[in-house]
Ligand binder design. Structure first.
Ligand code: HAM
Length: 430
């Protein structure tokens, strides 16, 4: 009896990038790396798996991420609880502490790669997604907050993306938030009758999140709640003004959003998000802010820090709306051959072309000239080189330009001696 194997599909909320979109991802990554290095940011790579307590402590116990979105499991070998990173910041800070990175000087660092959150999948919201994460560690002033924000607006320009709005808020310092929190809880207690189940559950654990509600019955209560901004002291206000002044200098417009709370607990002072109406319900492409307490909280010597992360799937979606994809050819030269000897010669010739920096595909196996030409055309190659019996006998190859629209055939195809071929092709390939 034969056993039927049920088809295995990808895990829900986790996407494949097929070759065409893979090429587009690479193109994006190249542009992003250049943009990052223009600001002096250097790459870091931290593990996908970290100890669970790094995130419960770093991100905060009463956040959606830690409460319900982490992929955590017990390592069966030693009983340790491990978690697949739901973001980069905590791991980057752990690594900076562990390797004494801030001992001599501040560090501008970035990471790019997959992160994992067990959310309900929809457009722009996945369970495995990718972030470009940028962190300025050890720098305290509003100048750096503003520089990071200006840097993000430059990326929109590099990618030709428009219609992204910057929203800005200040979360002040711990004591200021504590005073505000007390006032807020008093306000929630006074309006207990309009709170829904979630609101009641969170009013003491995370009262700010109660205001973040979509429940229309709670809007009036949320609008009338005490504003954190009114609790900010001199220093926090000056920092915020310093950021705003510099954004004005750079001509970056923003909207103050006193309701912005962010989904992670480590922030203080400046927080920001870039939002757009081009992505459906998942409107935020980039989020970040200052987190001056996190390094100390995770066991390091106290040091300020600020950073942001961009969701790459959302960025790809947005970029595609402004700059449609030009499919990249698979190679510049496609080698066609006929007969065993020609096939072997083609393989050697291809190596010489690659030595000269010309990307080359050798037709695999055999096949009629017609079918090989079809493949050559489908590959997007600029040039087909034909090694047939006649060509080999005369020590030459036929070179056919595949993308010369409107030119005569005589120009489009010519016989080139093998010894001149590499130089000839190098001249033709752009
Ligand atoms: P975050 O706001 O949680 O911040 O995530 C940053 C970005 O990741 C979001 O703005 C969004 O574009 C994208 N994103 C979040 N969840 C999903 C999802 N399920 N599917 C697709 N994209 C998603 C952080 O992670 C902080 N670590 C940012 C930061 C760095 N703050 C300081 N330094």
């Amino acid at each position: 009896m034969t056993q039927v194997f049920t088809k295995v599909t990808a895990v829900r909320g986790m996407n494949d990038a097929l070759p065409d979109s893979g090429a587009r991802w690479e193109q994006l990554e190249e542009l992003v790396r250049r943009w990052l290095s223009d600001y002096g940011y250097r790459n870091m790579r931290t593990p996908i798996l970290e100890h669970t307590r790094l995130f419960t402590r770093g991100i905060g116990e009463v956040t959606d991420i830690v409460e319900k979105e982490m992929y955590s499991f017990t390592d069966s070998l030693n009983g340790e609880s491990l978690t697949m990173r739901p973001e980069f910041t905590a791991g980057m800070v752990r690594a900076a502490i562990e390797h004494n990175l801030l001992y001599e000087r501040p560090q501008r660092v970035y990471a790019m790669g997959p992160v994992f959150r067990h959310e309900r999948p929809q457009r722009g919201r996945y369970r495995q997604f990718h972030q470009i994460d940028v962190e300025a560690l050890g720098l305290a002033g509003p100048d750096i907050d503003a520089e990071l924000i200006v840097m993000v607006t430059r990326l929109w320009k590099v990618l030709g993306i428009k219609d992204v709005q910057l929203e800005l808020n200040s979360l002040g310092q711990g004591e200021e938030r504590a005073a505000h929190r007390a006032a807020l809880i008093a306000h929630l207690e006074a309006h207990k009758d309009v709170l829904d189940e979630e609101g009641l559950r969170r009013m003491y654990t995370n009262p700010l999140r109660v205001l973040d509600t979509k429940n229309p019955a709670m809007q009036a209560m949320a609008d009338a709640a005490p504003k954190l901004f009114d609790f900010l002291g001199e220093g926090s206000r000056a920092h915020f003004a310093g950021v705003c002044d510099r954004l004005d200098d750079a001509g970056v417009s923003y909207r103050l959003n006193p309701r912005m709370v962010r989904g992670l607990d480590y922030y203080n002072l400046t927080v920001f998000e870039f939002v757009t109406d081009k992505l459906g319900a998942q409107a935020t492409v980039c989020g970040g802010g200052r987190y001056d307490g996190l390094i100390e909280l995770l066991g390091g010597k106290p040091a300020p820090a600020v950073g942001f992360a961009i969701g790459m799937e959302r960025l790809m979606d947005l970029w595609g709306q402004y700059q449609p994809q030009n499919l990249r050819p698979e190679c510049s030269v496609y080698l066609i051959h006929q007969g065993d000897a020609a096939q072997r010669q083609a393989a050697l010739l291809a190596e010489r072309l690659r030595d000269a920096g010309i990307s080359t595909i050798v037709h695999a196996g055999s096949g009629s000239f017609k079918s090989q030409f079809k493949r050559a055309d489908g590959s997007g190659a600029q040039i087909a080189v034909i090694l047939g019996g006649d060509e080999l006998a005369s020590g030459a190859a036929s070179v056919k330009m595949l993308r010369l629209e409107g030119q005569s055939d005589a120009l489009a195809q010519q016989l080139v001696p093998l010894e001149n071929l590499v130089a000839f092709l190098k001249d033709k390939v752009n």
